[in-house]
Design a protein around this ligand. Structure first.
Ligand code: IMP
Ligand code: MG
Length: 176
């Protein structure tokens, strides 16, 4: 496809990882009150795949957040859409497409703990560990990647390429 330089993870490779993560989550959340919390919009494809492989009764909800660019280390995050139901007593599993600096999720984790969630863990398909600015405990991690800008499987560049079924590295020509 135009704008795509290289496929990093195929649809099959993503599905293998979804299966692995779902198995672990099914085991770990047997006696819990699981609430999957997807972060819009990037987590949508991963969330839809993951929830159907978790062999448990669960609930799901979404939040939309945006981190202020520029003052990146301030850790300030704006909530564009909040979670609908109370989180007290819930075992929340935040579902993300990719973790970069970790600022968004470290803020969210603290916020949800403050609101009385029973537990909070994170599942992400991708992570860029070299870019981390906040110490973040990511219990369920799909693939680690280097510091390349990637798109597809929910991830976008300027709202483009989200619907690709694979993860790809963007061609530099797109930035221009
Ligand atoms: P951070 O961990 O708070 O820095 O932000 C993570 C968010 O930045 C992700 O949920 C994505 O929305 C976005 N992001 C980070 N790296 C990429 C990328 O390579 N492609 C697309 N979106 C990205
Ligand atoms: Mg995101």
């Amino acid at each position: 496809m135009t704008g795509i330089k290289e496929v990093l993870f195929t649809e099959e490779e993503l599905a293998v990882k979804v299966d692995e993560l779902a198995k672990r989550i099914t085991e770990d959340y047997k006696d819990k009150n699981l609430l999957l919390l997807g972060i819009l919009k990037g987590a949508v494809p991963f969330m839809a795949d993951l929830m159907r492989k978790i062999d448990l009764e669960l609930q799901y909800d979404f939040m939309d957040v945006s981190s202020y660019q520029g003052s990146t280390s301030s850790g300030e995050v704006r909530i564009l859409k909040d979670i609908s139901a109370p989180v007290e007593g819930k075992d929340i599993l935040i579902v993300e497409d990719i973790i970069d600096t970790g600022i968004t999720l470290s803020y969210l984790k603290n916020l949800l703990l403050h609101r009385g969630a029973n537990s909070i863990e994170i599942v992400t398909m991708l992570s860029k560990p070299d870019r981390r600015l906040k110490d973040l405990d990511v219990k369920y991690n799909g693939y680690d990647i280097e510091d390349n800008f990637v798109v597809g499987y929910g991830m976008d560049f300027d709202e483009r390429f989200r619907s690709l079924p694979y993860v790809a590295i963007l061609d530099e020509s797109v930035y221009k």
